[in-house]
Ligand binder design. Sequence first.
Ligand SMILES: C[S@@+](CC[C@H](N)C(=O)[O-])C[C@H]1O[C@@H](n2cnc3c(N)ncnc32)[C@H](O)[C@@H]1O
Length: 234
Amino acid sequence: MPRASLDKDPHEVAAMFDGVASGYDRANSFMTFGFDRRWRTTTARVLDAKRGEKVLDLAAGTGVSTVEYARGGAWCLAADFSVGMLRAGLHRKVPMVAADALHLPFADGSFDAVTISLALRNFVDTKAALVEIARVVKPGGRLVICEVSTPTFAPIRFFYRRFVLKLLTWVGSRSSTNPEAYSYLAESMLAWPDQRALGEIVASAGWTEVEWLNLTFGVVAIHRAKKPSLNSAV
Ligand SMILES: C[S@@+](CC[C@H](N)C(=O)[O-])C[C@H]1O[C@@H](n2cnc3c(N)ncnc32)[C@H](O)[C@@H]1O
């Protein structure tokens, strides 16, 4: 089973997730010390998907987040390019489709909102994916990203980088079928831009009203943004 390198060959990333799919939900909860549930419920609150809306949960993996977002009655579609991850979530009562974030198989303006949780940093080209996502969202539609970020308080940042990521790799190696995949995940967390830098990438991809909310001291941040409405063009 390949170990995806940080330059993110998409086939290796997909194969890596296929390889960890069967134990992914359990390992993820272990590795985040159960915080993943809280992050998902807060993301669902920020997303605020309402009955009658169409929401794309992109890189949804096993659909664990999709179920959360659909609670308010919106139609939520789980999309992922790892068929293994989707298959591991088939017991969940949400529609699923195999799709690559860089080439989405949807018409322009298909969704009211797109959300991505703990996955944007795995995309081979962050900005290109954000541009492609904007294409499939209606004018005025929403983007909500939940992703690991940078703790804002320096001592916590030091402790997190020095110890917690190492601990994560160790816990992942105990609870997962592919320990190397979890070193990749920890490395990808370290290499990821901080809150402001990600906000700038989102804005540079054409999104407006970009703002973020720190969770768990900034270990995770939720970014939200809007696609400009048609009448906002100058
Ligand atoms: C860490 S998992 C997160 C899964 C889920 N969103 C969650 O919150 O548990 C990252 C997911 O991103 C998916 N992924 C990575 N790059 C992708 C891409 N270009 N297109 C679609 N899915 C992708 C992987 O297959 C994997 O299922």
